[in-house]
Design a protein around this ligand. Sequence first.
Ligand SMILES: Nc1ncnc2c1ncn2[C@@H]1O[C@H](COP(=O)(O)OP(=O)(O)OP(=O)(O)O)[C@@H](O)[C@H]1O
Ligand SMILES: [Mg+2]
Length: 367
Amino acid sequence: MDSPTLSRLHIHHVRNLQQVDLEGLRRVNVFYGRNGSGKTSILEAIHLLGMARSFRGSIKSLISHGSTQTTVFGEILPGKLPLGIRRELTGEVKLKIGGEPVRTVAAMAEQLPLQVINADSFDLLTGAPAARRQYLDWGVFHVEHRFFDQWQRFQRGIKQRNMLLRRGKLPAEELAVWTRDVASCGEAITSYRKAYFKLLEPRFLAIMEKLSPSLTGLELRFRQGWDKQISYELALENSEPSDREQGYTHVGPQRADIRVLIDGHVAADTLSRGQQKLVVCGLKLAQGQLLSEKGRGMCTYLVDDLPSELDEQHSTLICQQLADMKAQVFITCVHRRDLAGVWPEAEEEEFAMFHVEHGGVSTAESR
Ligand SMILES: Nc1ncnc2c1ncn2[C@@H]1O[C@H](COP(=O)(O)OP(=O)(O)OP(=O)(O)O)[C@@H](O)[C@H]1O
Ligand SMILES: [Mg+2]
């Protein structure tokens, strides 16, 4: 499959971008401009199109002050498939692919797989496990088409089971029905996660070798969310007394995590901020590479504020990797020449430069 590439973008009422029409997008799209001009907002608009949410703050904070709704429309090559999203302040969402309404964000994400690298990226390493599960599931979702259905069933099942557990008196047979259902889809999603993880780790290590050869001893470990020696059904059975007591399901894929270790120590507690960001970039780049190896095309990278926490040498190595992977990239910087030193020169014709000023965007001469 050819990689999905955004060729046009129309943005209405995203933060200070009242109306922005971007044409002539290329593989590498650079947005430069002063602080507060609207650069990150452009990346947010693309994120809204693919994920129906922002990567910073609530959706309400993203809708331009004074507006009741925001709209983003994008054309994707090959085939010029148009994607559209409208979000109202009331919370209502309308999604369209090829002019036809679609019900799930998953359908949009499938058309436009996105990865974000920004100043908050190290959160993936240092933050709560939910972010790492989301990271893992992004990858599994894009390479294993059976995953999403099982995942949805699991979410429904666990919700029902927890509802029953919270009720004082439990109809035993009713709980057993949900326990069996949760056990079966929990096992399924865990086996998809494990298979994906097995492919991910070597790619991550190979990319880290390029980004930071001195960071040796890195290791990823997958924690499935219950004792790996026993089946999920047995784990649920064992935890039933405490589940009943506390009113929720203690074990399962909803507790899964990825642990990143360096020389056997927890990476989040050991690495410097810059090293943490490099590891997160390695994780995100590995997902893109795996996606493309699986024939799903390369994902689009939204890269905001790359130099934060990184020295020039490491920024250059990340850009080199993005260029080698032939990923479509939307990248921000303050001055038009900021990327000159860090992006490979051979890529010049692949560049489109845009100047962002007070919420307006103009095409600039290539660097
Ligand atoms: N809901 C909103 N409605 C209107 N304007 C907003 C809204 N939210 C934020 N803004 C403004 O939008 C502008 C653009 O913000 P953005 O974060 O995109 O800037 P930026 O170009 O990325 O700046 P920096 O270089 O500092 O990262 C800012 O001036 C901000 O105050
Ligand atoms: Mg910004």
